[in-house]
Design a protein around this ligand. Structure first.
Ligand SMILES: Nc1ncnc2c1ncn2[C@@H]1O[C@H](COP(=O)(O)OP(=O)(O)OP(=O)(O)O)[C@@H](O)[C@H]1O
Length: 347
């Protein structure tokens, strides 16, 4: 069953259309990421779901009850929707326990629930501290505990990790995800960080220019992007001109297997850097190293492949360490590539 359904929601600010028919469905208990570039309308969508903003048209259903629709606007506090803002926004003059209890009905504030929630977010024993005595990551966990306190139907998280430094972000992300799952909560996480969306969410909805252009499992969105823009947005993409003849795709890198069947015509194929394997120069297409970007866990190496017919093609691969510039290598493409016929492949 779906805990949240957004149907054809539109919203303009003055003459500027910001949401242009958003559809989104989140299954009960799932963590969905809404992923999109800055300004595509993510926060506005969240505000519409929370009830802070009334859309021009469309509907929002939470836990089977329509909360926004034609002639219908349930007040934010009556929606059973909780919001975790970018920076926790804890009450500075209340203790951690009091902050969490704030989300509970008055009669439940003295019971065991606050302790359970703090344990859920890994902060058992922190109840008497003041927010100023906590790290940024701990404050975000308290904000999540407070949001979960009234057992809302849906928790909305607006870029909740963006203020944390890189090392802390991954750990807090994992803990928050575990806490949401342990609580059985349905959640929507808004982010412009593709790695965060792919690694944290059960489903990813990619948003662009006020619409959800593709949603699905993180693996599917990454492997089978709907167009070249989505491919580029959810990860590094190698984009190559191609032609399909008799159902077979031809590229400057040779004949490559496709993820789907294709009608004859011109277009492009997209593959991922991890599909570009380095082999002995004698065993693959000849290439030379242009430069390397070192990321610690791996490195991204830009190559120029020397294809038949004097064609020079830029591709990217992943390696464990740097390679010297100008080094001669061989290249082999492994696994199927995604085909976009001309006209569908937004550049
Ligand atoms: N209250 C408002 N009045 C006028 N324009 C607004 C208002 N709220 C948002 N906008 C505009 O709507 C557009 C989308 O904003 P929104 O905050 O939803 O995008 P976003 O995808 O969340 O971006 P970011 O990742 O930068 O937060 C922006 O151009 C923004 O300036």
């Amino acid at each position: 069953m779906s805990a949240l359904t957004v149907k054809d929601v539109t919203k303009s600010f003055g003459a500027q259309p910001v949401l242009r028919g958003v559809d989104l469905e989140v299954a009960s208990g799932a963590l969905a990421a809404v992923l999109g570039p800055s300004g595509c309308g993510k926060t506005t969508l969240l505000r519409v779901v929370a009830g802070f903003e009334q859309p021009d048209s469309g509907s929002v259903t939470v836990g089977g009850r329509q909360v926004t629709g034609p002639g219908r606007a349930v007040a934010p506090e009556r929606r059973r929707v909780a919001v975790v803002p970018q920076e926790g926004a804890l009450f500075p003059h209340l203790t951690v326990a009091e902050n969490v209890a704030f989300g509970l009905p008055r009669r439940a504030r003295r019971g065991a629930r606050v302790g359970e929630l703090l344990e859920l977010v890994g902060l058992a024993g922190y109840g008497d501290r003041m927010p100023s005595q906590l790290s940024g990551g701990q404050q975000q966990r308290v904000a999540v505990a407070r949001a979960l306190a009234p057992a809302p139907d849906v928790v909305l998280l607006d870029e909740p990790f963006s203020a944390l430094d890189a090392a802390l972000r991954a750990a807090v992300r994992a803990d928050v995800r575990a806490a949401l799952h342990a609580a059985g909560a349905t959640a929507v996480l808004v982010t412009h960080d593709q790695e965060e969306a792919l690694s944290t969410a059960d489903v990813v909805a990619v948003m662009r220019d006020g619409v959800v252009v593709q949603s699905g499992l993180p693996q599917d969105v990454y492997r089978y992007p709907k167009d070249v823009d989505v491919a580029r947005f959810v990860g590094e993409a190698v984009v190559i001109p191609a032609t399909v003849r008799d159902g077979v795709v031809w590229t400057p890198l040779g004949h490559l297997p496709l993820t789907q069947t294709a009608a004859d015509g011109m277009g492009t194929v997209v593959l991922r850097p991890e599909q570009v394997h380095l082999v002995d120069p004698a065993d693959g297409l000849p290439a030379r190293v242009v430069d390397t970007y070192f990321y610690g866990h791996d490195a991204s190496v830009r190559l120029e492949v020397h294809c038949p017919g004097e064609v020079r093609l830029p591709v990217v691969c992943r390696t464990q360490g740097e390679l010297p510039e100008e080094q001669a290598v061989g290249v082999r493409i492994v696994g199927p590539v995604t085909w976009f016929p001309e006209g569908t492949a937004a550049a």
